[in-house]
Design a protein around this ligand. Structure first.
Ligand SMILES: *Cc1c(COP(=O)(O)O)cnc(C)c1O
Length: 357
């Protein structure tokens, strides 16, 4: 499929070195668009000037949430290469989300070509400062102007991009996380494994409560018994115990993170035992009381690796590694970011070259 390109006539000021880039507030000059109509399939992939959409107020996505999204980044590499990190995984996951939300599958090759074309056209929007990146948000919305509840016949696939500052301003900072024991994010058979807006809408109330209590994020427990650890807001979670690194197994209600998958691979490469298994919050609390939890961290595209300094569960406060970043956490962060920015060897061919800056 040919990707048409229409360049903006009113380019905006690009990020300059040293500029503060708040997350997700500034957008590049262009966006990628593609349409779907039943009978016609996905068609007209194009890069066009960034701008507002014309949508019917009856558009289905606005009422029933038939939407899916992805999150990835373009990195300015050490030698001036612009790189993506495992983008094929994002589009494979987008199709898994599509399947759950009854959205027609997209051609992953076309999406990859589309994101590359968009990043190439907007390559001056990829910031150069250390730790910065161009955040990339692919998403699909049902746009039929119909209020009946049924899968749509018309969809829009879009990719927008936003230059983002370094997640950590001065080294990795451990976060304090609140264990939610009242609300749940997802249940098996629900949409927890899909990247869809509704999961986030359902999580806001807990996020709000966590903030009120001065915690930055929420750790979710399973939706049935509220005993098993699932994941953090937009991160998967790992605990370094004596003799094994534990992360909850993927069983349908947890989002299968690409940073999670990459971290498991690296840990195994280093000869460390990784157990993808169920772990209760009780088991974690007991292990921590006995001094057997050495480190805890979250994984996700935004923060890459986020050390967890404290978990608050009911009246109990669990402190890990004296609230400081652990050695394995730091090593994972350094290795993943080293591969993403092209400064370390990439033994699994995770980096994808887009163009020269
Ligand atoms: C996106 C996301 C993650 C992290 O996935 P990555 O592919 O590592 O960025 C984890 N949990 C949830 C709920 C998410 O939406």
């Amino acid at each position: 499929m040919e990707i048409r390109v229409e360049l903006t006539k009113t380019p905006k000021a690009k990020p300059v070195p040293g500029e503060k880039l708040p997350f997700g507030k500034q957008f590049s000059d262009h966006m990628f668009l593609m349409n779907y109509k039943t009978g016609k399939g996905w068609h007209d992939p194009r890069v066009v000037p960034y701008g507002d959409l014309a949508l019917s107020p009856a558009a289905m996505c606005l009422h029933y949430g038939q939407t899916v999204f992805e999150g990835m980044k373009a990195y300015y590499g050490k030698n001036g290469d612009i790189l993506l990190f495992r983008p094929q995984e994002n589009f494979a996951r987008l199709n898994a989300s599509n399947q759950r939300l009854v959205i027609p599958p997209i051609d992953e090759e076309v999406c990859l070509a589309g994101v590359k074309k968009l990043v190439e056209v907007d390559k001056d929007w990829v910031p150069h400062d250390e730790g910065t990146s161009l955040y990339i948000r692919p998403f699909i919305i049902a746009v039929d102007p119909v209020l009946g509840v049924h899968p749509g016949d018309e969809y829009l696939f879009l990719i927008i991009t936003s230059p983002s500052g370094a997640y950590y301003e001065s080294g990795l900072e451990p976060v304090k996380i609140y264990v939610e024991d009242r609300y749940v994010r997802a249940v098996r058979g629900g949409t927890g494994m899909a990247k869809t807006g509704g999961n986030y809408a359902a999580s806001l109330i807990a996020q709000d409560e966590a903030h009120r209590q001065n915690y930055s994020q929420v750790l979710w427990l399973d939706g049935v018994e509220q005993r098993y650890i699932e994941e953090v807001g937009a991160m998967n979670v790992f605990f370094v115990l004596e003799g094994e690194v534990v992360t909850p197994e993927l069983h349908g209600s947890i989002l299968p993170g690409i940073t999670r998958k990459s971290s498991i691979q690296l840990l195994k490469d280093w000869g460390i035992k990784v157990s993808e298994r169920r772990i209760t919050i009780q088991e974690l609390a007991e292990a921590n009381d006995q001094g057997r939890v050495l480190e805890a961290f979250g994984t996700g595209t935004a923060a890459v690796i986020s050390p967890i300094g404290e978990l608050k569960w009911e009246e109990k406060r669990m402190i890990f590694n004296q609230g400081k970043i652990g050695a394995l956490t730091q090593r994972l962060y350094d290795t993943l970011t080293g591969i993403q920015y092209g400064s370390l060897e990439d033994p699994h061919d995770w980096s994808v070259f887009v163009c020269k800056a």
